[in-house]
Ligand binder design. Structure first.
Ligand code: AHR
Length: 547
């Protein structure tokens, strides 16, 4: 059980310099009252927040593609060229920068040629997730979730990306297709119409204009479903798949499939092997992609959980902070100038599927306020490491795991995760600046070996005079009264948006799609600073205007 709070102030910052600043300004902050403090150091830039950190992931898994995205042109569900219209409309509100597709594990079983050409002549294939492990946990019925008709292929994916103005990120098959297929898929996407047989095939499918796909993933989880490789074997494959690939004028960015969670050795050994024939090999790697899921405990139910489960999950999600720094330092052993950036191209809280969703829709569940806090604290972590992280892709977009949407036939709702992405969109492309939080930590007695969780954490970014500050209060029942000061500037005015509920299990459903949504809150500015109460179990976004 999460106990009371220790009344000690602990700063949650990576900046050593921050400690001394805190000491210098602490008396003034304390004079303003409250139990917590936040200092925003606008003159300590970290890096530009790559918009791609707010990226998405779509896999042919359960109800993600079929029904979630693709309903078909002749569906009674409103659609734009076969793509669910409600999804397009909502996605446009959050500026999705990039979408990864077609997997996941599915990618290493996918033959891209199955998904091109006349739709009614495309083959139906058994989906990777049918009858493999982990398999359907309830009796499944035949359907496109299980036997993929390939109706949603490369052209449809690109059209979907164009509809929502996102860049495509395609994950290629390394386990079961040769390197030649990667070259030809690139040719199909990027060569000008009329130039090659491949690009003519694309044009015949209705898309004369080249797709200009820049991001190419070389396999997925090669330590597991992507081929059971050793890091050395995969590094050799990566070099081979990315050698001498025709570019068609597109600056290709190859992404190497990185470790599972804390497997630092996978990172070290891959980079050692990759560079064993010279540092030049690093020029072919844009990013190194980590995967990390915070699995839930207990019965793994997404909306029935105890207060202990609440904290367990937040502690697990908070592990992202150390994963980023650990893998970044492991990469430096062979790449000391950090030519290669870090990606987290799968992340989220993973629970058991809801009995209210069809059995074929694997790991489909509503997601609660708890998941919203996971999303917020993870995005804050990425913002704070803007100098390292080039892209992140929440898993997944709709109907599975940490999804932003739930959809079933004509029913549709946004989840609390969607609201966090909407609130945090203002960070995209802004300059991340250092923050120093100090708040009473939460003493824990059970959570995954952790003894305490920070009292408040978040991130800040600036664009001209506009400062966006996002803050998570993880305490299940206590609010935090916080004095906020900007070092190097004064605050003129501000407004806030808050996502919270007195019910930790609050969530949206098809029947109650607005049960949990952000609300506006006033921001009181006094003498260039702000005094603000962060409610218990909340995510807050402040938009402050500096003088
Ligand atoms: O997102 C679901 C699965 O999780 C992906 O297919 C795989 O890459 C990961 O293990």
């Amino acid at each position: 059980m999460a106990g009371g709070t220790r009344r000690a102030f602990i700063g949650t910052t990576a900046a050593g310099v921050a400690g001394s600043l805190l000491a210098r300004y602490a008396p003034a902050l304390r004079a303003q009252g409250g139990d917590s403090r936040l200092e925003i150091l606008v003159n300590e830039p970290i890096g530009t927040i790559a918009p791609e950190i707010y990226g998405h992931f779509v896999e042919h898994l359960g109800g993600v593609v079929y029904d979630g995205i693709w309903v078909g042109e002749h569906s009674k569900v409103p659609n734009v060229g076969g793509v669910r219209k409600a999804l397009v409309d909502e996605l446009r509100r959050i500026n999705p920068p990039v979408i990864r597709w077609p997997g996941g594990c599915f990618a290493d079983s996918y033959d891209w040629r199955d998904g091109i050409g006349a739709p009614d002549r495309r083959p139906t294939r058994t989906d990777f997730w049918a009858d493999t492990k982990p398999s359907f946990d309830r009796p499944a019925t035949p359907g496109p979730q299980r036997f993929d008709p390939n109706r949603f292929g490369t052209n449809e994916f690109i059209r979907f990306c164009r509809l929502v103005k996102a860049a495509p990120y395609i994950a290629a098959n390394v386990r079961s297709l040769p390197a030649r297929d990667l070259y030809q898929w690139i040719e199909y996407c990027n060569a000008p119409a009329g130039a090659t047989t491949m690009s003519d095939l694309r044009a015949a499918g209705g898309d004369r204009e080249p797709f200009g796909v820049r991001y190419w993933g070389v396999g997925n989880e090669p330590w597991g479903c992507g081929g059971n490789f050793t890091p050395e074997e995969y590094a050799t494959e990566f070099r081979r798949y990315t050698a001498w690939v025709p570019k068609y004028g597109v600056p290709l960015k190859f992404i190497a499939a990185g470790p599972n969670g804390g497997d630092r050795e996978w990172t070290t050994r891959f980079f050692r092997m990759l560079t064993s024939r010279g540092q030049g090999a690093l020029n072919d790697v844009f990013g190194w992609a980590l995967h990390y899921y915070a699995g839930s405990t207990g019965d793994r139910n997404s909306i029935q959980f105890s207060t202990d489960d609440w904290y367990d999950m937040l502690v697990r999600a908070d592990r992202m902070e150390s994963l980023v720094t650990q893998h970044w330092s492991a990469m430096a052993e062979s790449d000391p100038t950090h030519k290669v950036r870090l990606l987290v191209d799968e992340w989220g809280a993973w629970h058991a599927g809801s009995a209210d969703m069809p059995a074929n829709y694997l790991w489909a569940y509503p997601g609660s306020l708890r998941d919203a806090l996971v999303a917020a604290l993870t995005l804050d972590t990425f913002n704070r490491h803007a100098d390292k992280i080039a892209m992140a892709n929440v898993a997944q977009l709709v109907n599975t795991i940490h999804s932003l949407f739930l959809a079933q036939e004509d029913k549709f709702t946004v989840t609390p995760n969607f609201h966090v992405f909407a609130m945090y969109a203002a960070h995209q492309g802004a300059q991340s600046v250092r923050t120093v939080f100090s708040a009473p930590p939460i003493a824990l007695s059970r959570a995954s070996g952790a003894q305490a969780l920070w009292g408040l954490a978040g991130s800040a970014s600036i664009r001209d005079k506009a400062l966006t500050v996002t803050v998570v209060n993880p305490h299940a029942s206590e609010s935090r009264e916080c004095a906020i000061a900007v070092r190097g500037a004064a605050i003129r005015e501000g407004r806030a948006s808050v996502l919270t509920s007195t019910d930790l299990r609050a969530h949206n459903s098809f029947e109650h799609p607005n049960a949990l949504a952000p609300a506006d809150a006033p921001v009181s500015v006094r003498s260039g600073g702000v005094q603000h109460r962060f409610p218990a179990a909340s995510v807050t976004r402040m938009q402050l205007v500096l003088m």
